[in-house]
Every structure is written in C-alpha cells, then in structure tokens.
Design a binder for this molecule. Structure first.
Ligand code: BJW
Ligand code: ZN
Length: 244
C-alpha cells in the first residue's frame, strides 16, 4: 500500500528539509492576473507560438513580435506578486539549500524578493542586442520601435528563450545541480509539456527526491508525482510553506 501523505505531513517535511528545489510555471502567476499559455484562456488560444515565439518569427517580422511583447509588458506593468510568490521568497531564507527554477518570464519572483532563482526562459524586462549580444534591463512601456542597442545601434530583441533556442548554460547547470541534490521537488502551476523543464520531475524522482505538485488540474507528470494538491497556487503554497 502506498503511504498517503496529507497536507500537514508535507508541510512538516518541507519545514524540516535542508534541500528543496521548486519549479514554477505560468499557473503561479495566473493568480496575479497574468494569462497562462495553454488552456481555454491561454495566450496560445489567440496567438500561434511559431508566429511570435521563435527566432524565425522575429527574423521575418520583428515589429509584429515586438508589438506582442509590448502588449504583454503593458499588461504585466499592472500586475504584482501574489501570496504564492511572496511565500516562496520568504521561505528561501529558512532552507539551507534552496533553489527556485522558474519558466516564467514575468519577473514576479524577483519582484517578490526571490534571489536563489534561475529564470530559465529569460525575462520580459530584459533586452538583448541581436548584433553584439549585450543584455540590459528595459522597462519602457510602450517600447519605442525599433529599440536599438546603446553600445552598437543594433536591433534589440526580448531576452527570452524562444522555441528551438537553447537555454543559458549557467541556468541549466544551476537547475540540474538543484534537481540532482534536492530532497524535495515542489512543482507549481506548470503543464509540464515544454522541454527541457518537462524532464525535471523525472530527474529529481530518479535520484530519490519526494516530488510534490500544486496545480488546478492533473498534468502529464501526475503519474510520477508522490503527492498532488489540486487548487490555486495562491491558496495552497502559503498553506504548504507555513510553519506548523
Ligand atoms: C494553475 C493555476 C493556478 C493555471 N494555480 N495552477 C524534446 C522533445 C520534444 C520537443 C522538444 C524536446 N526538446 C526541445 C524540444 C522543443 C521545444 C519543446 O519543448 N516543445 C514542446 C512544446 C514539445 N523546446 C524548446 O525549443 C526549448 N529549447 C530547447 O530545448 O533547446 C534545445 C533544443 C532545441 C531544438 C530541438 C531540440 C533541443 C526552448 C523552450 C522555450 C519555451 N518558451 C516559452 C515561450 C516563451 C515566449 C514568451 O513567454 O514570451 O515559454 S513556451 C511557453 O511554455 C513559455 C512557458 O514558460 C512554457 C511552459 O508553460 P507553462 O508555464 O507550463 O504554462 P501552461 O500555460 O502550459 O500551463 C499552466 C499550468 O498552470 C496548467 O497546468 C494549469 O492547470 C495551471 N494553473 N492556473 C495553480 N491558479
Ligand atoms: Zn549591440
């Protein structure tokens, strides 16, 4: 018979553990009013990923791609971290080895105060020069098109990992180390279909970590998850990470 673990059991394990890795996706920011990608209200319902989130799309029509990011930056400029982001930012201070891996580009974890953080798909408030590669912060809303590099005048692009592009080696290294060494992997609000993040749960599970998921719905990972909590991140995460 498998052991049935309650929310209180998991809360106690999370509070005692010396090594915790967290993987988040769009669902954690949905509670701040940020649209997710998939599902009935998701961004991909109205926009085709290959026309907007690929290097080919940007090469074909940079203005269209920038218009889409401008729209999203405008929306995000009105959003704030919710109790799930804030609880994670506080929690990292109490755990010896903590690492937060986020697929989100909205920057809300950093705004909430998270510092032990890899933004593996980039950050919508950063831009990168297509000519010299310089990365810089850019909070212009709206963006003045075409945005150009202060160093060389080259065209800037969003500093975001698009389909078919590699993730930054330093983010991958930090993520794999965290996954291979954690006692608990907590996965919050991701559909688990985009690689390489889709392979993170099996990596942690195979080295013996307890894998816990918080999501509104079942996901492809649910079969290898040890414990699944169905609910909104903003409600469940503070309960899980509170002291008993
Ligand atoms: C709630 C909630 C609430 C809602 N509370 N929960 C191996 C096999 C097959 C394909 C590939 C492979 N390796 C690489 C690929 C290709 C590709 C890929 O994975 N494609 C798949 C779609 C099949 N991957 C790549 O190209 C990656 N690069 C790479 O691997 O480089 C090496 C390589 C290249 C080429 C070939 C082979 C190797 C890069 C991927 C970058 C993806 N970037 C995006 C778009 C960025 C654009 C932007 O934001 O501007 O990042 S895709 C999009 O999906 C975005 C997200 O970060 C990502 C994940 O989405 P997420 O977070 O899971 O959101 P949703 O909407 O899917 O789910 C939300 C969840 O929340 C749901 O489960 C809800 O139920 C839940 N939820 N409200 C709790 N309140
Ligand atoms: Zn430049």
């Amino acid at each position: 018979m498998p052991t049935v673990l309650s929310l209180t059991d998991i809360r106690d394990r999370l509070n005692r553990s010396k090594s915790i890795t967290v993987l988040t996706g769009a669902g954690i920011s949905a509670d701040s009013g940020v649209p997710t990608f998939r599902g009935p209200e998701g961004l991909w319902k109205n926009f085709r990923p290959e026309e907007l989130a690929s290097p080919e799309a940007f090469a074909r029509n940079p203005k269209l791609v920038w218009e889409w990011y401008d729209w999203r930056r405008n929306l995000l400029s009105t959003k704030s971290p919710n109790p799930a982001h804030i609880t994670l930012a506080t929690f990292e201070k109490h755990v010896e080895n903590f690492w937060l891996i986020t697929q989100n580009v909205d920057g809300l974890h950093a705004t909430a105060g998270s510092r032990k953080l890899s933004e593996i798909h980039g950050n919508i408030w950063k831009v990168r020069c297509t000519a010299c590669g310089r990365i810089s912060q850019n909070h212009d809303v709206p963006i003045i098109y075409p945005p150009t590099c202060k160093s060389c005048g080259g065209l800037l692009r969003p500093h975001i990992v698009w389909f078919g592009e590699s993730l930054a080696p330093e983010d991958l290294d930090a993520s794999y180390t965290a996954l291979q060494t954690c006692e608990i992997l907590l996965i919050i609000g991701t559909s688990g279909v985009v690689y390489p993040a889709a392979s993170f749960a099996p990596i942690a599970k195979n080295q013996g970590a307890l894998v816990v998921e918080v999501n509104l719905d079942p996901t492809p990972h649910s079969s290898i998850i040890d414990v699944s909590f169905q609910g909104r991140a903003k409600d469940v995460v503070p309960l899980l990470l509170s002291e008993g």
